[in-house]
Ligand binder design. Structure first.
Ligand SMILES: [Zn+2]
Length: 354
C-alpha cells in the first residue's frame, strides 16, 4: 500500500482494528502472577483462584478480596468464555479493578487468568485480549507434545509479560470440557525437565484433588463415627514433597480444591435438589498445602454450590418471588461469605495486598 492510499479515514480504521486486536492487561489495571506467587511461597500462604462467569460471582469475589485485602485470581475457563463472551469478560475484569478501588482497596492485586487453555490459539487470543495469566493444559498429551505446546505458549505470552501455568499429571473429574475417569499423580522426576524446557512460571500438579463436586466415591471414604460423615482418603503429600525437593521455591498450583461444604449440599437437597454423596477435599488438607510451595488453589464448585443453595432456598420459601435480584442477591451474599471464609480460614491470603 502506498502512503497516499492511507487517507485519514483508513488510518483511523486500521488504528481502531489494532487497538481492538491487542489489549495489554496493564492498561486494565491487572497484574500477572509473578510477584504474587513469590510472596505467597515466602509467606506460607496461597492465592485464591476463583472461577467466574457472571456479575454476581464477580461482585462477590471483588467484595471479599477488597474487604480482606487479599490478592485474587479471577479465573475464566473456555466454557465460561463462551458463555459470557470474551469482550464482555475483559471489561468485567477492568470493571473489577475499578470497583475494588471504589471499595477502598487502594492497590488491588487482581489477575485475569485463563483456566485450562487447550490450544496455542486460545491462549494467544486471551493474551491479546487483556488476560494477565494463562494456563496451557497439555497434561493429557504425550510428555514431549505437552513440553512443545507449553513452550510455544510461554514464548508468546512472555513477550507481553503474561505468566503461564503448565500442568503435569492428570486430575480426575469433570470441569467444563476437561474430564478424566482416573487421576495420574505427577511424577516428581519429570518436573525439572518440564519446567526448564518450557520456561513456564508455575506448575499444576496432581496429588489427588479432582474437578467437580463428586471428588470421591463413597467406597473410597471412611465413615467418621462422631459426625456420621464420609472422610475421603488423604492427598498424596509425598508427591508434593517430591516435587518441592526437585524444584525448591517453584510455584505449585492445585486444581479441583473445593471442599464441597456439607451445609450447602444439605440445603440444596432440602429445597428440592438432588446431590447424592457429593464429597470434596477437607479444608485441613488445603490449609496444610497452602503453607507449602502451593501458592494457587483453584476453587469453583464451592461457589456453584453456595449460589445454587441460596437460590433454591428463596424459590422454596417464596414461590411467588420473580424479581431476579431477590434470589441472585442472596446468592451473591452467600458466595461472598464463602470466598471470605476461604481467604481467611483456608488460604491465609488476607492482608497480603494492602
Ligand atoms: Zn482445573
Amino acid at each position: 500500500m502506498k502512503s497516499a492510499d492511507l487517507c485519514p479515514e483508513k488510518f483511523r480504521t486500521i488504528t481502531l482494528i489494532l487497538i481492538q486486536i491487542m489489549v495489554s492487561y496493564k492498561t486494565l489495571g491487572l497484574v500477572n502472577t509473578r510477584e504474587m506467587f513469590k510472596k505467597a511461597i515466602n509467606g506460607g500462604y496461597a492465592i485464591p483462584a476463583f472461577n467466574f462467569n457472571n456479575m454476581e460471582q464477580l461482585q462477590a469475589i471483588v467484595q471479599a478480596a477488597a474487604e480482606t485485602k487479599s490478592p485474587v485470581i479471577l479465573q475464566v475457563s473456555k466454557g465460561a468464555r463462551n458463555y459470557a463472551n470474551q469482550t464482555l469478560l475483559r471489561y468485567m475484569a477492568e470493571g473489577a479493578v475499578e470497583y475494588a478501588k471504589e471499595l477502598g482497596w487502594a492497590n488491588p492485586q487482581i489477575v485475569l487468568h485463563l483456566d485450562h487453555g487447550d490450544s496455542f490459539e486460545l491462549c494467544k487470543s486471551c493474551v491479546d485480549m487483556g488476560f494477565s495469566s494463562v494456563m496451557i493444559d497439555g497434561s493429557h498429551l504425550p510428555y514431549d507434545e505437552n513440553v512443545a505446546l507449553t513452550k510455544k505458549v510461554v514464548e508468546y505470552a512472555h513477550q507481553y509479560d503474561v505468566t503461564v501455568e503448565g500442568e503435569l499429571g492428570v486430575l480426575a473429574g469433570v470441569e467444563d470440557e476437561v474430564q478424566a475417569e482416573h487421576h495420574t499423580y505427577t511424577r516428581p522426576e519429570e518436573v525439572v525437565d518440564f519446567t526448564s524446557k518450557t520456561g513456564c512460571d508455575s506448575l499444576a500438579i496432581s496429588i489427588g484433588t479432582s474437578h467437580g463436586a463428586y471428588k470421591f466415591k463413597p467406597e473410597q471414604c471412611t465413615l467418621d463415627p462422631k459426625t456420621g460423615r464420609l472422610v475421603p482418603p488423604p492427598l498424596a503429600f509425598d508427591v508434593l514433597d517430591g516435587v518441592m525437593k526437585e524444584l525448591p521455591g517453584f510455584p505449585i498450583v492445585l486444581h479441583g480444591s473445593s471442599s464441597v461444604p456439607q451445609e450447602y449440599v444439605d440445603m440444596i437437597n432440602k429445597y428440592g435438589g438432588n446431590l447424592e454423596a457429593a464429597i470434596g477435599i477437607p479444608e485441613e488438607e488445603l490449609r496444610k498445602a497452602a503453607k507449602s510451595a502451593v501458592c494457587k488453589i483453584n476453587i469453583d464448585s464451592d461457589s456453584r454450590l453456595a449460589m445454587t443453595a441460596a437460590i433454591r432456598k428463596v424459590f422454596a420459601e417464596k414461590p411467588a418471588e420473580f424479581d431476579p435480584r431477590k434470589y441472585l442477591g442472596p446468592a451473591r451474599d452467600e458466595m461472598k461469605k464463602l470466598y471470605t471464609h476461604k481467604i481467611i480460614n483456608v488460604l491465609g491470603s488476607d492482608g497480603k495486598a494492602e
